[in-house]
Design a protein around this ligand. Structure first.
Ligand code: OGA
Ligand code: MN
Length: 211
C-alpha cells in the first residue's frame, strides 16, 4: 500500500462520505500541481502527435463515432508510453479504491482509465457511464488537466441531479467522482482544448450487494 500525504488521504475519506450521502463528490486540488502538470503535458503531447483517436459510443456491433454526441479523442493509459506521472496517478487511484472498499464495501477490484482531449466545439451529451451489457463499472473518476481554465472557456462537467444542475469547472488538479450508474451527466461544449483523465473502478462480478 503506497503512503500518501495527509491531504490526499483526507480527500479519499471526503469522497467516500460524499458518495455514501449523495452519490457524487468534487475535490479541487486533489492532485498536486506537479502531478497535474505532468499529466497535462503527457495528454497534450499525445494529442499533438496524433496518438489520440476519436472516441466511440456504444458497444460491439453498435459501436460508432458520432461527434454530435461525443467529440473527444482518447487513449487508454495502458496503451501509452510508460511515465512516472502515470504510475503516480495509478497509485493515487489505488489508494482511493482501498478507501472506497473499506468505507462502502463496493468490492472494487480494477481501474481502467484513458486520457481524453476535447478540441474546441466538442462536448459529450447527457449519459450514464454504465453499459447495458456490462454492469461492472461502478465509480467514475475524472481528473482535470487544464492549468489555464477560466470561466467562459466552457467544457464544464454538468451533473443532472434530482435537486437540479451542478456544473463542475475542469480545472487542473480537480477530481470529480460519481456513481457510474446513478448520476446523469454531460460535458458542455468546450471553447478551448480541454484535457482530462477519465476512469472507472469496476466491481467484482460476484459482489452480492449488486445482485
Ligand atoms: C465520460 C465523461 C466527463 C468529463 O468520458 O464518460 O462523462 O468531465 N466525462 O470529462
Ligand atoms: Mn460519462
Amino acid at each position: 500500500m503506497p503512503e500518501f500525504p495527509v491531504p490526499v488521504a483526507d480527500c479519499f475519506e471526503r469522497i467516500a462520505d460524499d458518495l455514501a450521502s449523495k452519490g457524487w463528490s468534487v475535490q479541487p486540488g486533489a492532485l498536486s500541481s506537479e502531478l497535474a502538470l505532468s499529466l497535462s503535458q503527457a495528454c497534450r503531447q499525445l494529442w499533438q502527435s496524433d496518438a489520440l483517436t476519436p472516441a466511440a459510443i456504444g458497444r460491439g456491433a453498435d459501436l460508432a463515432v458520432v461527434p454530435q454526441i461525443r467529440g473527444d479523442y482518447t487513449r487508454w493509459l495502458d496503451d501509452c508510453p510508460p511515465q512516472a506521472a502515470q504510475d503516480e496517478y495509478l497509485a493515487v487511484m489505488q489508494g482511493l479504491q482501498l478507501t472506497l472498499n473499506r468505507a462502502l464495501f463496493l468490492g472494487l477490484d480494477s481501474f481502467e482509465t484513458h486520457f481524453a482531449l476535447y478540441p474546441p466545439g466538442a462536448g459529450y451529451s447527457r449519459h450514464l457511464d454504465r453499459f447495458k451489457d456490462s454492469p461492472l463499472r461502478t465509480v467514475s473518476v475524472v481528473a482535470y488537466l487544464n492549468q489555464q481554465w477560466q470561466p467562459g472557456d466552457g467544457g464544464e462537467l454538468r451533473l443532472h441531479l434530482r435537486e437540479g444542475i451542478v456544473d463542475i469547472e475542469p480545472k487542473a488538479g480537480t477530481l470529480a467522482v460519481f456513481m457510474s450508474a446513478r448520476i446523469l451527466h454531460e460535458v458542455l461544449e468546450a471553447g478551448k482544448e480541454r484535457a482530462s483523465l477519465v476512469g472507472w473502478f469496476r466491481r467484482r462480478p460476484d459482489n452480492p450487494l449488486f445482485r
